[in-house]
Design a protein around this ligand. Structure first.
Ligand SMILES: *Cc1c(COP(=O)(O)O)cnc(C)c1O
Length: 385
């Protein structure tokens, strides 16, 4: 089964480009609101780093989600797209002074602070502006996730967050800082997580930490569990919307929220991943000695995930329905890692055929580069064509 695309419209267009199925995005957002809405105090933020295309950001902010930002530029993009500052959270191990000031000037909901050194700087900068910064401490929960090594973030060896053993003392120091208000705890264990057991493990760890904090009478207003829910890269047509029901139910069942606490989520990939496809043209079909190559006009500069994480993306020849043939689908960039997939069966290709590289809505367009002096790919929504 293939996805449905406005192929007649595509024919006259310059490739490569990203195509966003905004109807699917809206359906996904509806499902998120529906499932998270079943529980008291659940708040969902969209992790802007997955895709900051302004057209998508508008749709997501209109659906009522908050924004999770990891840079000053993302705060600016979120504000421009209509996310209210009171729903913006800001994480990142290396926030610059300019970025912190931007967060203060916009009066964002919360800084997710990743070290004592950072906390001291935020206190000072907030003092200069006569403001109080709301902060949550990002705690490294030392919980592994069953995902690619480059996208686990919650292990003690990762650079992110404050070690559990230091949590108490940093909270105590925060309490003594004049321009800091401690409002919560933040966690994020990784990305493309499909095993709900990983989220269970995070819940158990948070329960332990909360018990520990209660003993020292520390009040925590909100808990932020980050993002990480994965998508089905193998079956984008069969599973276009991730299982948000199971995801939110896992937290509802395992996390023991205290009276009045709110729970925050930061979903990126699971919101936008399936709605985007990278559309590319076959330039040449080349017979190698032992294999055959489909050389396409998109490369790792347009979609770097296969080269960076050995990620798999389903590829469909949307111009042809003929017999299957086996190809290595490769781009034009002067790097041997510029390969989308190897030994892959698809409908026989000819020069000029259009291919859809599926599930490319997250960490696709936003990670594009101009290496080899290439143009950045355009991004179009369904409505625009
Ligand atoms: C990347 C990131 C997210 C989103 O992760 P997804 O796997 O795309 O859901 C959420 N929170 C933080 C702090 C992140 O760095």
């Amino acid at each position: 089964m293939k996805g449905t695309f406005p192929i007649e419209k595509f024919k006259g267009m310059d490739t490569p480009f990203y195509y966003y199925d905004t109807e699917l995005l809206r359906r996904t957002l509806h499902e998120i609101n529906e499932e998270a809405g079943k529980y008291e105090g659940f708040n969902v933020h969209y992790a802007v780093k997955a895709n900051a295309n302004p057209k998508l950001l508008r749709i997501i902010s209109s659906a009522g989600l908050g924004a999770d930002c990891v840079s000053g530029g993302e705060i600016e993009a979120a504000v421009a797209a209509g996310f209210p500052a009171c729903k913006i959270v800001y994480a990142g191990v290396g926030k610059s002074d300019r970025e912190i000031n931007l967060g203060l000037d916009n009066d964002i909901f919360c800084f997710n602070v990743e070290s004592l050194a950072e906390l001291e700087v935020i206190n000072e900068l907030a003092g200069n502006r006569n403001r109080t910064a709301r902060v949550a401490l990002r705690i490294n929960p030392n919980v592994g996730a069953h995902t690619h090594a480059n996208i686990t973030t919650g292990l003690a060896e990762n650079k992110f967050g404050i070690a559990m053993g230091d949590m108490g003392s940093v909270i105590e120091k925060a309490a003594g800082m004049k321009n800091i208000k401690f409002v919560g705890l933040h966690f994020h264990i990784g990305s493309q997580i499909l095993d709900m057991g990983d989220f269970d493990a995070l819940c158990n760890r948070i329960n332990e930490l909360q018990t520990r904090l209660e003993r020292s009478h520390v009040k925590v207003e909100n808990i932020n569990v980050g993002g990480g829910l994965g998508i089905d890269y193998e079956h984008p047509n069969r599973v276009p919307v991730p299982d948000f029901k199971a995801y939110f139910a896992t937290y509802a069942r395992h996390l023991r929220l205290r009276h009045g606490q709110t729970l925050h989520f930061e979903l990126g990939r699971s919101v936008v991943g399936q709605c985007g496809s990278l559309i590319t043209r076959v330039l040449y079909v080349k017979q190698g000695t032992a294999k055959q190559f489909a050389i396409v006009d998109a490369g790792m500069t347009d979609l770097i995930r296969p080269a960076l994480y050995q990620a798999y993306h389903k590829i469909e020849n949307i111009s042809a329905d003929g017999p299957l043939a086996t190809y290595d689908v490769v781009g034009p960039i002067c790097e041997s890692s510029d390969v989308f997939v190897k030994a892959y069966d698809m409908n026989e290709c000819r020069r000029g055929d259009l291919l859809a590289i599926r599930s490319a809505g997250a960490y696709g367009e936003i990670m594009a580069s101009q290496y080899n002096c290439r143009r950045l790919p355009a991004g179009y929504t369904q409505e625009e064509l």
